[in-house]
Design a protein around this ligand. Structure first.
Ligand code: ZN
Length: 406
């Protein structure tokens, strides 16, 4: 019963917001506060935040380096003026099966044959694909310091993840959730997967927490843990907090520890768009000229129709506010922390590539490999991630009703 009321209310909110967005199609005005906010994103700052995250190596869940990264993220968010909280949960997987180490060298390509090859999330592989996997071979990491940093193994037990919230000025009881996972693996620095998404969310928290920024609705910035084990941090959040939505606590305080969820926007792997592998399985060292931001919803989700509208709203925000790269919408969102939300609220993901057709087909050779380190990426790659940040900030500032205090 409670859920029925929430669904109705949430549908009304999204409809109203999309209508409001359509009214602004004339383009940003000279005094557009959204334009001012987006202009506060900066390539060097974005790079510096990614670099800061890479000091903790692969940030694998259940290790000291992961806990140190959670503490570091928490301290940064606090320094931006965004009040942090922790979500605690247990992660006790069944003992791992013995597994032969697998190195990250380029496996043989598969040439398109005309047969239909299905990928994850409802996708279909086209063109040349390469096998994918998670590197588990320490010797594949040539940097001895990074190898040593990544050596302590994951241990089952208690876990924490951090989030902080911008409180809405007039509708504090409703919120958007902006997320990225901060854990990684593969014996690199998890720079792209997912320092690039984590830094994006942190930069948005910084800009929207500035004392001169006001938003009508609340926005929560969530840095999920345990994504790489199966979205366990985001699942724990949904399990623990879905039932708390919209409750004022204490009564008549005007405070809502869990504002009602309006939509969830996930960011996972933001920087690499170098196109299809060549026939020999190698990839271009250069970004492809047609590089874009991929916005995906999941067509099988219970809230698919609203998620689709939200995805196109983000595409429009990209048209208005992103400086360099366009955005494309797809219907196969999968394998990231927006999935546990997608039947409850409209949920989308932003990425460098489509998760099924491109990433799943091996088009990013650094994915879960020792080469996912800061120095692998060029300024063009970093700038693609910055354009995704411009897209989400441009969209969410409109949706949450952001204004600047004079
Ligand atoms: Zn990821």
């Amino acid at each position: 019963m409670r859920m029925g009321v929430q669904l109705l209310a949430a549908s009304g909110v999204l409809f109203a917001l999309v209508t409001a967005g359509a009214a602004q199609q004339a383009g940003p005005a000279a005094d557009d506060p959204v334009k001012t906010l987006v202009a506060r994103l900066d390539l060097e700052r974005y790079k510096a935040t990614i670099k800061g995250l890479t000091q903790f190596g692969d940030r694998r869940q259940g290790t000291d380096r992961n806990r140190a990264a959670v503490d570091w993220i928490d301290a940064q968010l606090k320094s931006y003026g965004c009040a942090t909280e922790r979500l605690r949960y247990e992660y006790n997987p069944p003992p791992p099966q013995p597994q032969a180490p697998r190195a990250g060298g380029p496996p043989p390509p598969v040439i398109a044959s005309g047969e239909i090859r299905t990928g994850v999330g409802g996708s279909r592989y086209r063109g040349i694909t390469r096998p994918t996997g998670v590197n588990t071979d320490p010797a594949a990491q040539p940097d001895p310091a990074l190898r040593a940093l990544n050596t302590p193994p994951t241990v089952p037990g208690p876990r924490e993840q951090v989030y902080c919230t911008k409180i809405g000025s007039t509708r504090a009881d409703e919120m958007y959730i902006i997320g990225a996972h901060m854990d990684g693996h593969g014996w690199g620095e998890a720079a792209n997967d997912n320092g690039s998404g984590t830094a994006l969310v942190m930069e948005l928290a910084r800009i929207l927490s500035s004392p001169d920024v006001q938003t009508e609705r609340s926005i929560r910035f969530a840095l999920w843990n345990n994504e790489e084990t199966g979205l366990d941090g985001a699942r724990a959040y949904v399990e623990q907090r879905a039932g708390l939505q919209g409750r004022e606590n204490p009564l008549r305080s005007g405070r809502y520890p869990e504002p009602r969820w309006i939509a969830m926007i996930q960011h996972d792997m933001m920087m690499w768009d170098h196109g299809m592998p060549r026939a020999d399985g190698t990839l271009s060292p250069e970004q492809r000229p047609e590089a874009d931001v991929n916005i995906e919803f999941q067509s099988t989700a219970k809230r698919a129709d609203e998620a689709m509208k939200l995805a196109f709203f983000f595409r429009d925000a990209n048209e208005k506010y992103a400086t360099d790269y366009p955005a494309a919408v797809g219907s196969h969102m999968t394998n990231t922390d927006s999935t546990p939300f997608m039947d409850f609220i409209p949920a989308i993901s932003l990425r460098e590539n489509e998760r099924g057709m491109h990433t799943g087909a091996g088009w990013n050779p650094h994915w879960h490999q020792p080469t996912d380190v800061y120095t692998t990426f060029s300024d063009k790659d970093f700038r693609l991630g910055l354009n995704a940040a411009q897209t989400t900030l441009g969209a969410i500032a409109q949706l949450a009703g952001a204004t600047l205090k004079k």
